[in-house]
Design a protein around this ligand. Structure first.
Ligand SMILES: C[S@@+](CC[C@H](N)C(=O)[O-])C[C@H]1O[C@@H](n2cnc3c(N)ncnc32)[C@H](O)[C@@H]1O
Length: 205
């Protein structure tokens, strides 16, 4: 590991559980578009664990791209990281669409407008049978919010009034407006959730 690269202790902790769940949810040979790749720790880990997956990292912070590229250098199944602000696009496309769009820890550390933009953008680039997978903390109606998430929410709102944990019901609503229906939820360590949506028209009941 290059000690000069930016490092997220949280990404180091959660990459294993995220990888375990993605391996259950994503098909063999999946082509994955990652949003808000940050330090690239998830991209590098997941691409190494699954050489059959191809991974396209993206990040809104242009200054983060060189380190992200450096972290993934040497992994033949990781494409050159691209600039993507989900509010503005343009979204990287792929013939036939992406099998998955993956995004960890974005929607609570961004204004609400990012969430509907993310849903619309993901729906515009996913393959017909593709899935959107998101990881992070959420507020679930009817379920107590863990003290750690309450404190995290308060801290986020203090840092920026437009930030904060999102209500899962509200996220599902904007997903539905983009044609996506939630088809999976997994409870993850440290009171995080892993969620997945597919095109409603592809879901057989
Ligand atoms: C908390 S970090 C999460 C990084 C990584 N996904 C992880 O879980 O370790 C949030 C990331 O979202 C990115 N971000 C913020 N606003 C964004 C936007 N509008 N579009 C795409 N990425 C954005 C930030 O630059 C940052 O890298």
């Amino acid at each position: 590991m290059n000690p000069d690269l930016p490092f997220s202790p949280a990404a180091d902790r959660n990459r294993g559980p995220i990888g375990d769940m993605l391996q259950q949810w994503l098909p063999r040979g999946a082509a994955v578009l990652e949003l808000a790749s940050g330090t690239g720790q998830h991209a590098a880990h997941l691409a190494a664990v699954r050489p059959d997956w191809t991974w396209q990292p993206t990040e809104a912070e242009a200054a983060a791209l060189p380190a992200l590229a450096l972290r993934c250098a040497g992994l033949a199944n990781v494409a050159v990281p691209q600039h993507l602000d989900v509010l503005n696009g343009p979204w990287p496309t792929r013939p036939g669409g992406w099998d998955a769009v993956f995004c960890a820890n974005l929607v609570h550390i961004a204004p609400w407008a990012v969430t509907p933009a993310l849903m619309r953008g993901a729906a515009s680039v996913l393959a017909p049978q593709g899935q959107l997978v998101m990881y992070g903390p959420y507020i679930v109606d009817g379920e107590p919010l863990a003290p750690g998430n309450q404190a995290f929410d308060a801290d986020l709102r203090q840092r920026h009034p437009a930030w904060g944990l999102r209500r899962l019901a509200a996220v599902d609503e904007v997903a539905a407006a983009a044609g996506l229906q939630r088809v999976g939820r997994a409870d993850m360590p440290a009171n995080n959730l892993m969620l997945r949506w597919r095109f409603a028209k592809s879901v057989t009941t």
